[in-house]
Design a protein around this ligand. Structure first.
Ligand code: MRU
Length: 345
């Protein structure tokens, strides 16, 4: 399985997702600031991977600290958390992970600094292991929803590269294939950053899962031609009412799926569910640099001075969502109730 993010004695190591699919290279971050930059620049991306990376960044920042006492360490710890907090605004896994590290730190207040360092490293490593386990559990639940054969459309990359391994939406697909289902994946290329054509196609090809890349504007035609039997995507944040923020373009796919009578599934770990955000309206949407739209591989695609929009995510209202697959089980409408129930499990 591809190693998206790893804790090592030299620092936090990432597969450089900006270089895929043509180059498989790794980046070692030796400071928490370097981890923050890796998240901002999308060397690592995908909600669960961002969360665990931030936790490892915090552990790394604390490991590098020269503080001799907890009182000296505390303000530094807060600053480290802040540096990671301002990297990307939409994936709630980032804030979930930082909060979990803060809570861990709070329980260690009476420990020697060396002990705190060790405990925070262990906590980040635990989150890594838990993320893989969640993906496997989601896979098991979600595989039951997949058709026994035929086309399944996915958008962006919600795979091993977006998690610590196996993936959320792609975990569901992997588990279905492992269970003997004959699935042909259709991967939206996912303009403008091309996570679908670069990353989803790369990791599925590695696994030998039949995959066809389509440009985003082909999805409707593929559905109309009967080539797609279901859609499964990941999420960056799921509001308490089941509205789903995910990669820009997800909303269009969901509307198309409804029009064609196809199920539209969302797979995400519980750390993506934000019970403190009532609806999708309140989810902050990251705006990224215009250059991601105006240029491709360094080549200018648009005339100088033209207006550009680049929201990185959109919100799919819960009425388009057939089911939400988590490691705790499958939620169905009304999501206000089913998510509340899962929250208690
Ligand atoms: O901007 P990105 O590449 O971080 O966006 C990723 C997505 O939108 C994924 O679909 C989402 O994070 C789910 S990943 C399991």
């Amino acid at each position: 399985m591809v190693e998206t993010v790893q804790w090592t004695d030299n620092g936090v190591v990432f597969i450089d997702q900006t270089k895929l699919p043509t180059e498989e290279s790794y980046v070692t971050c030796r400071t928490h600031e370097e981890v923050a930059t890796a998240i901002k620049d999308m060397i690592v991306r995908g909600a669960p991977a961002i969360g665990v990376s931030a936790a490892m960044g915090i552990a790394l920042g604390v490991k590098n600290s020269r503080a001799k006492t907890v009182d000296e360490l505390r303000p530094e710890f807060d600053q480290i958390c802040e540096t990671l907090r301002v990297t990307r605004p939409t994936a709630v896994n980032l804030f979930w992970a930082i909060r979990r590290m803060q809570e861990k730190f709070a329980t260690l207040a009476t420990q020697p600094v060396e002990q705190i360092k060790q405990e925070l490293i262990s906590e980040a490593q635990r989150m890594h292991a838990e993320d893989v386990a969640s993906c496997m559990a989601m896979g098991k639940h979600g595989a039951t929803l997949m058709p026994s054969s035929g086309g399944v459309l996915t958008h962006c990359n919600a795979g091993a590269l977006a998690t610590c391994g196996y993936g959320t939406a792609l975990g569901v697909i992997r588990a279905a294939v492992e269970a003997g289902k004959k699935i042909q994946v259709f991967a939206d290329e996912t303009r403008p950053f091309l996570q679908g054509s670069r990353l989803t196609a790369w990791e599925l090809m590695k696994d030998g899962i039949p995959t066809t890349v389509i440009s985003d504007n082909m999805a409707g035609a593929m559905m109309r031609l009967g080539k797609i039997g279901a859609v499964v995507v990941g999420a960056d944040r799921i509001a308490a009412n089941g509205d789903v923020a995910n990669k820009i373009g997800t909303y269009s796919v969901a509307v198309l799926a409804k029009e064609h009578g196809l199920p539209f599934y969302v797979a995400a770990p519980w750390s993506t569910v934000d019970m403190e955000t009532p609806t999708g309206e309140q989810i902050p949407i990251e705006q990224r640099a215009a250059r991601e739209v105006t240029h491709m591989a360094g080549r200018q695609l648009t005339p100088d001075g033209v207006g550009i929009e680049n929201p990185a995510f959109d919100v799919t209202p819960n009425k388009y969502v057939s089911a939400i697959v988590t490691e705790r089980g499958i939620a169905r409408a009304p999501y206000g109730e089913s998510l509340k129930k899962l929250a208690k499990s």
